[in-house]
Design a binder for this molecule. Structure first.
Ligand code: C5P
Length: 235
């Protein structure tokens, strides 16, 4: 994996209702944040064009659209996503979908991330969805599948990050949502950790949404997380 710029370790999830609100948040965060995630909420409100403009403006963009469909559809969707200039895009970690995505990406710069098990899910949720096996087992199996399929990274919770490094190797990115600085409410996230714990577990990028978006001073909250990441990397 290319050497990471320290500021690119933090990815702010722009889970906001409108492009105007996202633009205002990007302006508020200024130089403190270099990497943004555009997810489903914003994608359905003009967020795809916004993602292209954000990338054109020099920010890095993670388009978190968690694709899963038949091979032909995934392949051609990824071909189009690769033209947007975004850095990361997510695919659910089903082997056929991942292989189709890798084919669609071709030689372009886009990095494809496999969603292993959502950080809002625990063992009971997996069982209710019909899966046998623990969260740890399913994340590990999907990470191994992602590597075999030629994906560029995985998304998992900080709880699994350390164990995943030996499966995905040094060349794949480990991206962890479910980040909660000390004292922040977990909300719907069930597998959470602090920025320090996530970095110590070997995460390359931390995705943070509500702890920054809902802070009284989002820029200060983002700066505090950047400082916590820098400190965790230095010890
Ligand atoms: O607000 P919060 O920090 O919980 O936001 C986490 C973000 O990461 C959300 O945009 C969510 O969609 C995303 N995400 C996640 N778990 C995954 C993949 C993505 O929480 N496995």
């Amino acid at each position: 994996m290319p050497l990471l710029d320290m500021r690119d370790r933090l990815i702010v999830g722009l889970d906001l209702p409108t492009v105007e609100a996202a633009e205002a948040m990007v302006a508020t965060l200024g130089d403190t944040v270099s990497f943004y995630k555009v997810g489903l909420q914003l994608s359905f409100a003009g967020g795809i064009d916004f993602a292209r403009r954000l990338a054109d403006s020099g920010k890095k963009v993670f388009l978190d659209v968690k694709l899963l469909d038949i091979d032909n559809t995934v392949e051609h969707a990824v071909e189009n996503i690769a033209r947007l200039g975004v850095t990361f895009c997510t695919i659910h970690a089903y082997p056929k979908a991942m292989r189709a995505a890798v084919a669609g990406k071709g030689m372009r710069d886009l990095r494809l991330l496999a969603v292993t098990v959502l950080t809002s899910m625990d063992e009971a949720d997996l069982k209710a969805a019909g899966y046998a096996g623990t969260v740890a087992e399913i994340v590990a199996a999907r990470a191994a599948d992602a590597r075999l399929a030629g994906m560029d990274g995985i998304v998992c919770s900080p709880e699994e990050a350390r164990a995943m490094r030996s499966i995905v190797g040094a060349g794949m990115a480990i991206v962890t949502p479910g980040i909660r600085p000390g004292g922040s409410p977990a909300g719907d996230q069930k597998r959470v950790a602090t920025p320090t714990a996530a970095i110590r577990a070997g995460a390359d990028h931390l995705v943070v949404g509500r702890p920054i978006l809902e802070a009284a001073d989002p820029r200060a909250a983002a700066a505090a997380i950047q400082a916590e990441i820098a400190l965790a990397l230095s010890v």
